[in-house]
Design a protein around this ligand. Sequence first.
Ligand code: LMR
Length: 393
Amino acid sequence: MFDALKPQPQDKILKLIQMFRDDPRPGKIDLGVGVYKDATGLTPVMRAVRTAGKRLWESETSKTYTGLAGDPAFHAALSGVILGGSVPQDRIAAVATPGGTGAIRQALELIRLASPAARVWLSDPTWPNHPSIIRYLGIPMAWYRYFDAQTRGVDAEGMLADLGQVAAGDVVLLHGCCHNPTGANLTLAEWAAVADLLVARGAVPLIDLAYQGFGDGLEADAAPVRALAARCPEVLIAASCSKTFGIYRERTGLLIGLGTSAQRGLIQENLAFLNRQNYSFPPDHGARLVTLILEDPALTAIWTQELEEIRLNMLGLRQALAQELRRLTGSERWDFIARHRGMFSVLGATGAEVERLRAERGIYMVSDSRMNIAGLNAATVPVLARAIADIVA
Ligand code: LMR
């Protein structure tokens, strides 16, 4: 049997983790996988999470199964942060999932179950695991234009033109905020135009929300999701707590399905069914930490403050890098780095230049020249700027 297995393509983001570890150079810089790091290079356990963890350890009396959909208190707490009361409760079905990837996977399985012929439209470019899972599940796929390589902003005109081709019942995968990989995001007016178009075409948005609070703030980053939720009759939201609570390895995610109140029961039943087929009960530890934080106003305040510190730190690094590049090159060409939001920016370097940055300077970024801004600090910003100025044509 095993002889029939074929080698699988390596994930271009994850392969960097090993390459970086194997590099003996002391000054190497990791701008690969999307993990937040503080100025000392540590991915810290957030203070609110540590406190919630202690509380849980002292108070948890049982590790018996939760419900198939996970703990309803977790659904209520996290969907509150995401939707902020913008849709009535009786529209909301939800299941806990193993991380944001689990939520994406379950969303795609739900789509296949409900409508096997529906196409899923992806932004070009997108997180490489999106097309990978879609292909694996055999779901039809299409691409819409997203990134303008000249301005390094969103090609909103191209995007709207391509989404004008979407058929009724098709699904459009959108990054709710902090687009991965580009860092370029729609304005609220452009989001409204996308929502109008999806409603007019009868398409369903599937929103990947992995970085709420990393862009312009917790509320501002939720505005596009809330606008779509209010406008579109059917919406799927795949939310991740990995980055926003810094609980990467706990695998904590939530899939929300919004329909009419009459559809809600059926959506909920199918989401729970899919959990049962794939892994039975979803992981609970991370979800419980998140719930403890969000149900306690004092812990919520600590968490939001930490999240804001993270956001402002990344913003400061963006500004410092753009400024240093302006100083070194005398050009405004790199100012887009300060305009982008979230963890990532696509630099616009060629594959060969990315390879040179790695080989000659020990700087690791994804082959499409996506860099994780949070991998920088005050000392490495000038090093990266110098390398970009020297190597990127
Ligand atoms: C990333 O894009 O780097 C993160 O979402 C981590 C991952 O799983 O790819």
